[in-house]
Design a binder for this molecule. Sequence first.
Ligand code: ZN
Length: 129
Amino acid sequence: MTEQAYKLWQQGMPQWEIADKLKLRRADVTDIIKASPKIRLCPVCGNEFEYDAINKKYCSLMCKEKNRKEQAKADVRERGEKRSEMTSHVKKDCFAFDGACKALDKLYCAWEVCRFYKTKKQYEREKRG
Ligand SMILES: [Zn+2]
């Protein structure tokens, strides 16, 4: 148990989460960590490093910065995917579609079934007769 708690902590898991996972009291986890050598594994480069409160999860400021950048990139990627997923639902054959929606103030068809959706052909047909 002690070994396991220490390993999890090394991998960067917060103490409360370890306590939760291993059904330990948080104070016990703290004791285990206090009694163990303060060696953690850097999640960025995988190197072992001596734990100090300044760098916390990372072996160096460089790794910390690198991780922050990676995280930011991942966020942008995720947002981009969400956006393209959304625009993929846009009914581009709708009579009101003209880059934006001419009938409504937003492209509601991007995230819900639009009651106003009609193809251009349908619209023409209805207008005629
Ligand atoms: Zn590192």
